[in-house]
Design a protein around this ligand. Structure first.
Ligand code: IPE
Ligand code: IPE
Ligand code: MG
Length: 255
């Protein structure tokens, strides 16, 4: 950790992203390259999660959102789904105490009602244990889909309309956002996808509207502090214009 620690210390803290969202992809290919079962890649991926969470804590990043299991991943072979579910339970059991010690506030986003009662229990316990922590906001997207997220928000708003509490023409973007997952934090500044694919795969499709996108060939189990720093540096070099001209943004920066 010594060398990595120094690398983190050297980063310019004034241009850090506040919220990083990551699609942790490439576990299967990492294992296949080593002639190992796909599960070995997922297992190794947990070590990367630990390292990136620790680095985020050290850097003082406010929020980290990780895509662990998509609503489409149920379609994988049953054996892979089962081993992933087991891995979620064991990783939670093993990691939660340290996360708590690091003042991390852990939350899960996605439809958890279909998980086994044991996994739901572990999720609920880890959330309540860390609820009052004021450090890194770590959100794990599990059985999450961006379309599902919008759907559940729409359903809640429709119920309000039906109860005559809201006029359809009065619905605002801010109203919708209050019902979306991650409503209590700013939208991701930096999105990272490992594993070489350049797509969103039904991750945070609403929340990523103005996020800086970064794609790397590095497979998730190989994604280390150096690769993380490279992504952060790429982000720091970008000008976020939000529809304005570059000159307008530069002027704001000088103000
Ligand atoms: C991401 O790695 C982890 C999950 C989707 C659960 P993959 O399992 O998708 O790895 P590749 O893309 O097959 O290499
Ligand atoms: C996205 O990865 C989901 C997670 C990393 C959890 P996938 O590997 O499932 O994405 P696609 O299917 O290649 O788009
Ligand atoms: Mg994949």
């Amino acid at each position: 950790m010594g060398k990595d620690h120094n690398l983190l210390e050297e980063l310019d803290k004034t241009t850090l992203p506040q919220h990083v969202a990551i699609i942790m992809d490439g576990n299967g290919r990492w294992a296949q390259k080593r002639l190992m079962p796909r599960f070995a890649g997922h297992k190794s991926g947990v070590n990367t999660v630990r390292a990136i969470v620790e680095a985020s804590v050290q850097l003082g990043i406010k929020a980290l959102t990780l895509f662990a299991f998509s609503s489409e991943n149920w379609q994988r072979p049953q054996k892979e789904v089962d081993t992933l579910m087991d891995l979620f339970v064991s990783a939670l059991e093993r990691e939660v105490a340290q996360l708590h010690k690091n003042n991390v506030c852990l939350k899960f986003i996605g439809d958890r009602t279909v998980f086994s009662s044991k996994l739901q229990q572990r999720i609920n316990e880890s959330e309540s244990l860390t609820a009052a922590n004021s450090g890194l906001q770590l959100s794990i997207a599990a059985n999450y889909g961006g379309k599902w997220d919008i759907l559940q928000a729409v359903q809640k708003i429709a119920a309000k309309v039906k109860a005559n509490e809201l006029e359809p023409s009065d619905i605002t973007v801010a109203d919708i956002e209050t019902y979306m997952c991650l409503a209590d934090m700013p939208a991701p500044d930096l999105f990272i996808r490992t594993g070489g694919e350049q797509r969103i795969s039904n991750f945070l499709i609403w929340q990523l509207a103005y996020t800086e996108l970064y794609f790397t060939e590095v497979l998730w189990p190989d994604f280390d502090i150096t690769a993380f720093i490279e992504a952060i540096k790429a982000y720091s070099g970008r000008q976020r214009r939000f529809g304005l001209t570059g000159e307008q943004v530069a002027k704001q920066g000088n103000a």
